[in-house]
Design a protein. Sequence first.
Length: 912
Amino acid sequence: MRHRFVVIKLRPRLPPWARVGQKVLPFVNTTPFLALHLLYPREQREYRIRCRTSNLFVISSEKPTSPNSEYFVLTNKKKTKRERTNKADTRTLTVDPPLPFKETLYLSVTPRICAEFKNSRAHGQLINGEKYRLDKASSKRFLQVLEGAGPSIPGVCETAGEEEAVPALSLTNSHTWSGYSRCQGDRARISNWEVQFDFDLLPFKSLSEADLKTGSIYDELNLLRQVNLDYTWENCDNVTKYIQSAREDLPLLATSGQLIRVPSAVSTTQQPDPSANILRPSFSHLQSLVIPFDGDPVDESEMDDEWSDEPMTVDSDYDLGPVKRVSPIPAVKADDIRMIVFDPNVLVDHDGPLQETLMSIFPPSVYQFTAKELLDLYVEREALRVADGHLVSPTAVIQDIAFHLDLPIKESTIADALKHHAEPHLYPEVSATLAALIDEGYILILLNSSSHNPQMPIPRLPTLTSCSLESLCTQSHPTLRRSQILIITNDNYHIAEPASVAGFPTALVQRPGSRSAELVIPSTPTTYTFPTLNELLTILKDPASAPKPFKPFNPKTQGEVIVIYSRIQDCYQVTAMLGTGSYGLVFDAIQLNTGSRVAVKSSFWHVVLSYEAAIYAQLKGVSGLPRVHWHGPQRGGQYIMVMDKLGPTLAHLKNFCRGRFSLKTILMLGDQMLSIIEAVHSRGIIVRDIKPENFAMGHGKDYNRLFLFDFDFSKLWFDPHTASKHIPFREGRMQIGMERYMSRNAHSGFEQSRRDDIESIGYVLLYLLHGRLPWQGIGASYMSTKLRRMQKMKLGKPFIDFLAHEKTPKFFNTFFEHSQSLAFEEQPDYNMLRNLFRTEFEERGWGKEYDWEFDWWKKSGVDEEIAQPLAFVPYFERECLDVICRQEKTQWFHERAHDMGIYMVVIHTVKE
Ligand SMILES: Nc1ncnc2c1ncn2[C@@H]1O[C@H](COP(=O)(O)OP(=O)(O)OP(=O)(O)O)[C@@H](O)[C@H]1O
């Protein structure tokens, strides 16, 4: 018997008018699940499963428990002859070769999922990427199950579904299937509409016959199982990667399961006094800016016309472009090297003394930065200055760091530290190595920058061009061929990459613990890579002894992937898409000189993004916000903002945790949310768009800290020109923010103030606790009607009942009483609110201090034994890349990239 595991999604086949009537069309949207496709030759009857026409079975890690469920257990244990002949034992199927984990899987045949096949040939081609219909009986059964499966929070189900995914429609109580209902009452109506279903196979590496034979399918199965366990594909991918990387970063956590870093809640000593701190340098600038979304009322009819439930489509102008197929750069033969060109940074240790300098300016006892963090900051700030065409003086760079970190540092302190510490020295092995190379007859040359400033702690070489290398080659020794000149550097991007493209052999020195050792971006490979110069002579004599260089993307293993590296300010390299927002795209990027990860937000809406950057400037230094590294317009038309990269949002984590968080997690999140919002308010800003999508956990060592981002809708509540120092109360304002979490006053069209952010936090926390809010799923043809109905529910009995629900802790009553009792200009009592969470935490017996053990760290969330998804190309990424690569405008793209000053390296374009 042959079998194949596939990841499949059931899609409702919409009637032809669905697109037109999308606003009111309730439909079911299922999440991906794992299925087993059995192909069995007629003669092997022993494997035939009861339902003869079925050949697609749902796999679940949970035992189907509904009354009439039929299922089989997949085990690794081979049956004995006796067991095979024992007819009673029909419930066990042996998997051979065995599954790569101990956990039992269940193969469910209830309801029977029978794909209709026209002929026996088609029968064997299930995973060829086509769509498959359920037969009528199966479709009906499936709908019945959906209808019968009630949401798990009684009282909330009355208003099931909304414009977004709502969990809880699960089949056979396992998480194998999950239906999302879109509109109230859909479950009653759905079967009348006879919605048909397609099997929609997700793009996944299709398996060759060879794969099946070698058993590599089991490696993929490990991954697929994770998909199955983790409820949704995208969340699984994002969140497991995040958690795994956190675990890699924090070995202690990985081994002990203990949390080792406690987020620093904003203490009152760190909290600036609002009145003292409010007039920051950027404040007047911010005040003079036009607020892009200020709630100016619009014509309601206009609003109705514009409202659409459709997902955002990426503006075609955003396409970074179609990509031409570029053949990989040929490897350079390097066995007859005659001349060696050194990047001085390979010989001279500038980093060590500079780290000492920085540590003395920002002593760890006061500022808590590590030497590595400070060095990275220095290198990044310096590179940005160079890219902006500024003079690079170490004093100015260090002042930039202080400004970036919002720390007051005196110029005299900097001057003293530079004088005492910035004394570069040669690496220990350099003198002996150079002497030996000269003895062997090699010609040695040092790359140098004509504009090198002797005061600069790290000499920055200009990016090599093929022209500069050409002249280097011909001028110094005209008889030498390029292949005889070895370029040695620790800078992969500015030196090794262009040198390699120009046809020179290159060597990358990656000293352990240094910045260069961490910079592994799979672009052009170097000829050699070695840790110190000690190895150089041996390698020159015996090239085969060189450690293998890192591998660039291998088209064969990556499948249909196009990776575009675009560079911003010659400092950040875009590597993938992180997310899309209403006003632009957010990319994952690497700081080229330090290897640190950043997020790049890009938008053609200059006003929106530059306004957001101004808000971040006003909030600089506030704990719990990503730091903005750089922002500015690009010549291609976009505005770019580079900021700290964050981990998954609370919306992602909610799905990862099966749709809701435990009370303990809610309390810890609530405490951090209040601290952040207090600090934001203290700088004169209100957020006006509090939602789970705008809170994310930190990346790397900040994995347990909550961050707030996305300040598109924010504005100043503080107005020094009024007597009360507060913006004036106004009515008739347009509702700003996401309606689900919008305060009642915002619904009424009142100008928002600090109290509205607090109320929204309350709604967000209740949403995360219950998995949904009562006003989700209000069906209305027009947005205005929907908003009115939502407001009514927030003001009336549905919300009172919701607060009285047994799963809603009583302190939420006090929370909402407080937020609603606040006058427009009144400052919320953040401490009192935080205490509500702390007291509840203590009363529940979870201790006096938060332990920061969030739900997503629990063993059930991620199984440590699960294979790393390294060889896996995330669906998420593919989808985004598909968007990028959709249009065929190669030349257009390259011209623009050139105009924009973006250096493009197209790694490959492969279509299988
Ligand atoms: N600093 C970051 N680190 C990691 N991911 C990020 C970061 N900033 C944004 N993202 C991702 O990009 C998505 C869109 O970002 P953001 O919400 O800032 O865009 P937007 O255009 O302002 O969207 P909207 O206003 O519609 O919420 C986010 O949901 C998140 O997944």
